[in-house]
Design a protein around this ligand. Structure first.
Ligand code: DX5
Ligand code: ZN
Length: 226
């Protein structure tokens, strides 16, 4: 099955002094999605932004809001995320029990949002098997979650490959996202391994020309799987 290649600039890399302009810049530069990293300082050693900011940004953008929850208790915030305008909610696989994770994925879907599960580098591909039936996307972290601008971990590619193989058997339409250090230098290997949604923070917002950078990365990804 041929999946669409999608770029998802991470707002974490934008100029926070001009949030509104930055979201508009991303949209005008041809972003497919906007990746929004919510961090609570507990699940990860950093704080970012929360629901009120997302909801304000929703008033200036029609982009698909891909919300990456790096928090404990993500299940508490589903309704507020829906109200804020989230298009999808992505929760980490190691935050809740297996049962509670499935329940939370079902609740995300029941609210009309897409559901996703994220795997930290140390979490094995097999951990995702029970969640695939309940999610639209799996995120394979290619850095330790918490900060933008880190070095891409190429050793996560076998994990992407393994998840794509698992998905091919049961849900070929599953999106696989990579997040962390993704750039023109490594996006081809991500696509070859089976990823089709690319979080690009530093390599998009901090590129000299965001539009050109996004177009280049997307073209490389598309060519890699031709
Ligand atoms: C890291 C975040 C990423 C980050 C990616 O915990 O999940 O989304 O913003 O930024 P870059 O692309 O700069 O590594
Ligand atoms: Zn992220």
């Amino acid at each position: 099955m041929k999946l669409q290649m999608l770029t998802a600039p991470s707002l974490l890399a934008c100029d926070f002094l001009h949030l509104e302009d930055e979201v508009i810049r991303a949209e005008k530069s041809g972003s497919d999605w906007l990746h929004l990293d919510v961090m609570d300082g507990v699940y990860v050693p950093n704080l970012s932004f929360g629901f009120d900011i997302i909801s304000k940004l929703r008033t200036v953008s029609n982009l698909y809001f891909d919300v990456h929850m790096m928090t404990v208790c993500p299940e508490k915030y589903l309704e507020v995320l829906k109200k804020a305008g989230a298009s999808s909610v992505n929760i980490h696989s190691d935050v809740l029990s297996k049962e509670k994770t499935i329940e939370t994925l079902k609740a995300i879907k029941a609210l009309g949002m897409d559901a996703a599960v994220a795997l930290k580098p140390k979490v094995a591909a097999e951990e995702i098997a029970d969640f695939i039936p309940y999610c639209d996307m799996v995120l394979v972290m290619t850095v330790e979650p918490g900060f933008g601008g880190q070095k891409f971990m190429a050793d996560m590619m076998p994990k992407v490959k393994a998840i794509r193989e698992m998905a091919n058997a049961v849900k070929p339409e599953l999106n696989i996202q990579v997040d962390g250090g993704v750039s023109a230098a490594n996006i081809a290997q991500c696509a070859e391994a089976g990823a089709n949604v690319f979080v690009v923070g530093t390599s998009s917002f901090r590129a000299p020309d965001m539009q050109a950078a996004l177009a280049e990365m997307k073209a490389i990804a598309e060519n890699a799987v031709k």
